[in-house]
Write a protein that binds this ligand. Structure first.
Ligand code: MN
Length: 235
């Protein structure tokens, strides 16, 4: 009888690869890492009490397994009394690289999606003000809902277009992708100077102004022109 425990070479069953749906196919996009850009719209930087001057962008990460599909129920997370939505353009990396030049950066993109960077704002701000890492505010279970990716062949490279979010139908965020402080090619180039980007990396590119709290029982919808919409329910 074969030894099933060692047949795969692991002492435990390896965790499933997190994935995102791809528009128009049953095949899925395997997620390696989730990078997020902080404060990439001037009006949002201001509402967070920060100067939107074009200082270099900064990044934080969420665990890859925080990604969940469009339509997922998201339990109100523990430890917070100020649970926030952040609608964002998500870039999916298809070809990896290090030190990617800005004028070659878009060649590395597989596609784009609408995502929500769910945030325990109270924990994030407490960490920020104490000079501590943001992880507990950003990297909790199901904190990265992502709608189906649209490959570049279908979506092109959206540089402008409405980005919006509504809670129970009331619009809370309403902006345009052209307001991004750091563009997608700039973000890819800068990130790749710090770490090797690889196929499967997702980059959440930052949220516009209008962030705010969500409660159990509320429905969050959002969209980006040309990329479709996302919907989650807080349970
Ligand atoms: Mn964000």
């Amino acid at each position: 009888m074969p030894d099933t425990k060692t047949a795969t070479g692991y002492v435990l069953p390896p965790a499933a690869v997190p994935t995102v749906a791809v528009d128009g196919t049953a095949d899925r996009f395997p997620v390696r890492r989730i990078l997020c850009v902080g404060r990439n719209y001037a009006a949002h930087a201001r509402e967070m009490g920060r100067d939107p001057d074009r200082e270099p962008p900064f990044f934080f990460l969420k665990p890859a397994d925080t990604v969940v599909d469009n339509g997922t129920d998201v339990p109100y997370p523990p430890l917070t009394n100020n649970f926030h939505y952040e609608i964002e353009l998500v870039v999916a990396i298809g070809i990896g690289g290090t030190d990617i030049a800005e004028d070659k950066a878009l060649e590395h993109v597989y596609g784009y999606a609408v995502g929500i960077d769910l945030t325990r704002r109270d924990l994030q701000l407490a960490a920020r003000d104490q000079g501590r890492p943001w992880d507990w505010g950003k990297g909790f279970d199901r904190s990265a809902p992502c709608a189906p990716l649209k490959p570049v062949a279908k979506a092109g490279h959206p540089g402008k277009g409405r980005i919006w979010l509504a809670v129970d139908g009331a619009v809370k965020q309403d902006a345009d992708l052209s307001e991004l402080i750091w563009s997608v090619p700039e973000i890819i180039s800068i990130a790749s100077k710090s770490m090797t980007l690889a196929p499967g990396d997702l980059i959440f590119t930052g949220t516009p102004a209008g962030v705010g709290p969500i409660l159990r029982g509320q429905t969050v919808t959002g969209g980006i022109d040309g990329l479709g919409e996302i919907r989650i329910q807080i349970v």
